[in-house]
Design a protein around this ligand. Structure first.
Ligand code: NAP
Length: 299
């Protein structure tokens, strides 16, 4: 039976370090890290994510600012708010919750966030730094950064000689995750919807990362015995066993059967998810340290 990777526990360790670093910065430099979270519209799932982020920012001792804009907000209004936050020295991190309502174009909004405040790591400057192997001077996208901490907890920081397979090639997760594994010296394969014989490719993986959005796609016979499985997928499925109309969250991996052969595996929920919020806090405190030229804490 695989070791269950406890993302909640690891995330709590990260946020404890963040809270300590924030307190030190305030005490010694008079700077309180400020995180501005912007949400447009009424999507309940997005509101739940944003509330969790704002709550965690407060727990870390940050100045937590939440901007809830109406569904009919225009592109200009949203970009003006980002410009205002870009210019505000009390704001060290800006996060615009995605997806935006359909009438808004997210790309120019994300690209207008100053790279040093882009705590989601989605600006092309930060993405480009990861692509060029510079993991020190930018801000790394939160979910892959968090997933890498879980990988390092199992394998250490040098992944030399290990095969890693990432299923999914999104800018948000798959591409940066593959680049981070590569920077750790793993031999990396990126798989996607056009990949042939995905099962055979996955069976080569010492580290198998699934980020697709298809419940239970990865089956037991896709898994190399002893492999580490990082399940990034978040899928809501019907759960009639919990009562009529009830649902539950599952990953992209058929957890029970894969746990029988894997060496270590993340659960959903409680694996990668909590790491994403923790790394958002870590990026914000890093941005605040950089704003006053102080050496940054490491996570
Ligand atoms: P996305 O942009 O929709 O990308 C999905 C990827 O999966 C694409 O590259 C797609 O290939 C590939 N794919 C689709 N069907 C496939 C198939 N049958 N076989 C192989 N590959 C297939 O999604 P995303 O934003 O990366 O997110 C992926 C999942 O992770 C979602 O469930 C999302 O909710 C979750 N997620 C979780 C967190 C977290 O905090 N835990 C954060 C981000 C995302 P093509 O490129 O060829 O279309």
């Amino acid at each position: 039976m695989a070791r269950i990777i406890d993302g909640k526990q690891t995330a709590a360790t990260v946020t404890d370090t963040v809270a300590e670093a924030a307190a030190t910065l305030e005490r010694e430099a008079g700077v309180k890290p400020g995180l501005a979270v912007v949400i447009v519209g009424n999507d309940p799932a997005s509101h739940a994510y944003v509330n969790a982020k704002s709550r965690m920012a407060k727990q870390c001792g940050f100045n937590s600012m939440q901007y809830s804009l109406a569904e009919e907000t225009t592109q200009d209004e949203l970009e003006s708010l980002v410009a205002k936050l870009n210019a505000d020295p009390a704001v060290h991190g800006i996060l615009v919750q995605l997806p935006l309502p359909r009438h808004l174009d997210s790309e120019p909004v994300i690209q207008s966030i100053r790279p040093e405040k882009d705590v989601d790591g989605l600006n092309v400057v930060n993405a480009g730094k990861v692509a060029s192997g510079d993991l020190a001077s930018g801000l790394v996208s939160c979910t892959p950064a968090g997933a890498m901490i879980l990988v390092r907890n199992i394998h250490g920081s040098d992944l030399s000689g290990l095969n890693a397979v990432v299923i999914g090639r999104s800018n948000l997760f798959g591409k940066p995750m593959a680049l981070l594994l590569l920077a750790g010296n793993a031999t990396v394969t990126m798989a996607h919807s056009r990949t042939k014989d995905l099962a055979a490719i996955c069976r080569q993986a010492d580290i198998l990362v699934a980020a697709v959005g298809r419940p239970f796609m990865v089956r037991q016979d896709w898994v190399k015995p002893g492999a580490t499985i990082i399940d990034v997928g978040i899928n809501r499925i019907d759960a009639p066993e919990k009562g009529e109309g009830k649902t539950r969250l599952v990953g992209d991996v058929a957890f029970d059967e894969c746990a029988e052969v894997a060496g270590a595996i993340t659960p959903v929920p409680g694996g990668v998810g909590p790491m994403t919020i923790a790394m958002l806090m870590a990026n914000t405190v890093v941005a605040a340290y950089r704003s006053v030229g102080r050496p940054i804490p490491s996570f």
